[in-house]
Design a protein around this ligand. Structure first.
Ligand SMILES: [Zn+2]
Length: 445
């Protein structure tokens, strides 16, 4: 746990291919790849040769690099991660699981042979050779640099664990899920029980989160399932938004189903089969059909490190609507009710840190703007339930802290505060604390 799975728009943006890097000449092939774009004369000559070559290179080996037509109809470089025989094809008919080398792993997918430009295989360096060459050429510093870039905010994993993680999770098992009225493309591998491994699509009951392999099973289930909202207690309702608290011990199956579901959208979430130790806070949009899950966060029942949030996720159809910010704010409202300070479980991903920095900045600077006279970090912490270290690092990163005579002093020039507040963006949906009816876990009977 501990990774934040609510990608703000910036990440989503960067995950999408930048059309500029794959400019096409009105046809289909990017010109940017050296030795790849052939003139039409050469092409006629080539086509005979390529037929022969085709039979010699197929099926493609794992590790092959080739150009692949993506959903934007343009060609992008990929690496073959895995291959498998097609269901009703001949012995040499394979489909390929590819990683788009320019994009995040969440876009890895199975592709058909006709999406691959086999002529581009030739221009591509074999991976083993390439690895050898680069390791010879690169200084240790360069190599470390690349490893670091590769880790992408998964700094908790050393190179060996990361390789192991990527090997185990290299192929997304479930490509899409149906949840309520949405069909959602998944992002990452999730360790569903083996009997689900041959399914490309799973059907979830949006209320109890049971999942099934066939649509008819789901339809039958929906006639029987009497839930119209997550199990557990509704602890917040404001307008059409509701929050439910689900005890992992009382609702073990629900908790596990939620973890399977969440893992599809979180790369490095450690799946906890032992959900007993957690509370799950499920945010829902409600209408006359029921309460539909939008996202959630989990929280340890007892945290010695004063963690007030373990995992957080906004489901893709609901992203960019301020729900992630709402969930973060909600986790702090719970901490205030508990009379404790809280902090998200570490390590935070880059994205997680970004979301949190935004939240901390808005909350702290709002107070500093209104407050007359001196205020200490301790006082700020008491008012906001934000842990003192997080306040200090936030204010330091904004250069609002000075160290004078052995003390940290907050320097809050109103103009500077306004500038930072503007940069921190809007806070999303507000939590209306008067609508929160909740007893902290330790006080529950
Ligand atoms: Zn159900």
């Amino acid at each position: 746990m501990g990774s934040i799975g609510t990608p703000p728009s910036a990440e989503n943006g960067s995950a999408n291919p930048n059309p500029a890097t794959a400019a096409c000449d009105g046809d289909r092939k990017p010109q940017s790849v050296d030795g790849y774009h052939a003139s039409s004369n050469e092409r006629t000559l080539e086509s005979d040769v390529s037929k022969k070559r085709k039979s010699s290179i197929l099926p493609l080996e794992v590790g092959t690099r080739v150009m692949c037509r993506w959903r934007d109809s343009k060609y992008h470089p990929v690496k073959v991660i895995e291959r498998r025989r097609t269901h009703c094809g001949g012995p040499n008919d394979y489909e390929y699981y590819v990683h788009y080398t320019e994009f995040n792993r969440r876009l890895d997918e199975w592709v058909k042979l006709d999406q691959l430009d086999l002529e581009s295989v030739e221009a591509v360096v074999d991976e083993k050779v390439e690895d050898k060459v680069t390791s010879l050429k690169m200084t240790r510093h360069q190599k470390r640099k690349i490893d670091e870039t590769h880790v992408e905010g998964h700094e908790e994993l050393d190179a060996a664990s990361l390789r192991e993680h990527e090997e185990f999770t290299k192929v997304k098992n479930i490509a899409t899920i149906e949840l309520g009225r949405y069909e959602i493309e998944t992002w990452y591998f999730s360790p569903f029980p083996p009997e689900y491994n041959d399914s490309l699509k799973l059907y979830f009951c949006e209320f109890c989160l049971n999942f099934m392999k066939r649509k008819e099973q789901l339809q039958r289930h929906m006639r029987k399932c009497d839930l119209k909202h997550p199990p557990g207690d509704e602890i917040y309702r404001s307008g059409t938004l509701s929050m439910f608290e689900v005890d992992g011990k009382k609702n073990k199956v629900y908790g596990q189903n939620l973890c399977y579901l969440a893992k599809l959208f979180l790369d490095h979430k450690t799946l906890y089969y032992d959900v007993d130790l957690f509370l799950f806070y499920i945010l829902c949009e409600c209408d006359d059909r029921g309460c539909h899950m939008v996202g959630y966060f989990s929280k340890e029942k007892h945290s010695e490190e004063s963690y007030n949030l373990a995992c957080i996720l906004t489901l893709p159809p609901y992203q960019r609507k301020g729900y992630g910010k709402f969930l973060i704010a909600f986790s702090y409202e719970l901490s205030k009710k508990e009379g404790k300070v809280g902090t998200p479980e570490r390590p935070l991903s880059d994205l997680g840190l970004l979301s949190y920095r935004g939240y901390w900045t808005r909350v702290l600077l709002d107070i500093l703007k209104k407050h007359k006279g001196n205020i200490s970090i301790k006082e700020l912490s008491d008012m906001t339930a934000i842990k003192a270290e997080d306040i200090l690092t936030t204010l330091q990163s904004l250069e609002l802290i000075q160290y004078r005579k052995g003390q940290h002093v907050i320097c809050a020039d109103p103009k500077v505060l306004d500038r930072h507040l503007k940069a921190a963006g809007r806070g999303g949906l507000d939590v209306d604390v008067s609508k929160l009816i909740w007893t902290p876990y330790k006080d529950q009977g």
